[in-house]
Design a protein around this ligand. Structure first.
Ligand SMILES: Cc1cn([C@H]2C[C@H](O)[C@@H](COP(=O)(O)OP(=O)(O)O[C@H]3O[C@@H](C)C(=O)[C@@H](O)[C@H]3O)O2)c(=O)[nH]c1=O
Length: 181
């Protein structure tokens, strides 16, 4: 497993060793011991999510203010631009974002610890995204920051208008959003 750092030290891109042969490929998509060694934390994943979206669908920026979720994100069909925003007030990178392309081809995974808002946009015709979470879905604690907040100024690599849920269209400006201490 190769670890690619990002400009936010707690957010990591993980590159697995892929074994290719005449049958296809094999890789360990998750190994608890390796993950603990890489992050320096014992992380307990409790939920696996799977979503499929068409091109230009943008989901985000989401977080849970209680039962905050760390997320380990990967793509098994197509490609996305995946974004994490640091919303921990005490963090030196508070208000900063990082993004990276995750695809079925590169098999990269993004580790986003608790304390971040998360979102992605679909770059390919369709994309299927899988992610593990460190806490359970808790809709009462769900919050959403506006994807195009001018303060955050995220470059989503968009080539068309994004397709958003009603909930995401009604996201809060970053400076009005509830954040972590
Ligand atoms: C996230 C989630 C949704 N749902 C249900 C609620 C709703 O009826 C339906 C679709 O939910 P949403 O519109 O919130 O799905 P979506 O917009 O894909 O939400 C997800 O976006 C990405 C970016 C994240 O980071 C996730 O944590 C999550 O917030 O699925 C669950 O049952 N469990 C879950 O964990």
């Amino acid at each position: 497993m190769n670890v690619i750092p990002t400009k936010i030290p707690d957010v990591l891109i993980l590159e697995s060793k892929i074994f290719q042969d005449e049958r296809g490929f094999f890789f360990e998509s998750y190994n608890r011991q390796n993950f603990t060694d890489i992050t320096g934390h014992i992380v307990n994943f409790v939920q696996d999510n799977h979503s499929r979206s068409k091109q230009n669908v943008l989901r985000g920026l989401h977080y849970q203010i209680e039962q905050a979720q760390g997320k380990l994100v990967r793509v098994i069909t197509g490609s996305i631009f995946d974004v994490a925003v640091d919303i921990r007030k005490s963090s030196p990178t508070f208000g900063q974002w990082v993004g990276c392309e995750l695809s079925a081809q590169n098999k990269h995974q993004l580790w986003i610890p608790p304390g971040f808002a998360h979102g992605f946009v679909v770059l390919s015709e369709v994309a299927e995204v899988l992610y593990k979470t460190t806490d359970y879905y808790a809709p009462q604690h769900e919050r959403c920051i506006l994807w195009n907040d001018p303060y955050l100024a995220i470059d989503w690599h968009l080539t068309a208008e994004p397709i958003l849920s009603a909930k995401d269209k009604a996201g809060k400006p970053f400076q009005e959003a509830e954040v972590f201490t």
